[in-house]
Design a protein around this ligand. Structure first.
Ligand SMILES: [Zn+2]
Length: 161
């Protein structure tokens, strides 16, 4: 089951996602230790290189502005370095956000409550705290569903200190 144009039921009509990437839904396993896994549906947005590059550049730009400002405060060097490191980390995080998990439709394997996620970088597995029973639900999106990444694995962000 790959990316078939899932019935465009008016969903996202006119959504201006220029450059933000296309979203798609996949079946994933929701797992809690000690309970049988359930099937959930995950909405994932594929982030194109341009979007990640822009976001990473924005973080670096912000911290390049912030760094000299905080460096006014003694002892100067640690603040400067700290700001640059934080900027680098945030930029790198954005750069590596190949997929964003936007929503999960499904129930907690433990207590059957509806699962909700905050949109954010997709991890495999992706941990989602259940608000009802406070168990940590592990959402496992099959790698195959994410496949077809057309980019080389080279990572320009890896040159950070
Ligand atoms: Zn639960």
């Amino acid at each position: 089951m790959t990316s078939e144009p899932a019935s465009t039921g008016g969903e996202g009509a006119g959504a201006a996602d220029a450059g933000a990437g296309a979203s798609f839904a996949v079946e994933a396993d929701a797992v809690v230790f000690g309970s049988p896994a359930t099937q959930v549906r995950a909405r994932i947005r594929r982030r194109p290189r341009s979007w990640r590059m822009t976001g990473a550049a924005r973080w670096m730009a912000i911290f390049l502005v912030v760094a000299p400002l905080v460096a006014v405060v003694p002892p100067h060097a640690p603040w400067l370095i700290g700001a640059l490191v934080v900027g680098g980390i945030l930029a790198r995080r954005r750069w590596t956000e190949r997929f964003t998990l936007e929503a999960v439709g499904g129930r907690c394997p433990k207590c059957d409550a509806r699962l909700t996620v905050k949109a954010g970088r997709l991890r495999v597995p992706h941990a989602v705290p259940c608000e009802a029973c406070h168990h940590e639900v592990s959402i496992r999106v099959p790698e195959a569903a994410l496949g077809g990444d057309d980019e080389p694995s080279g990572d320009p962000g890896a040159s950070l200190p």
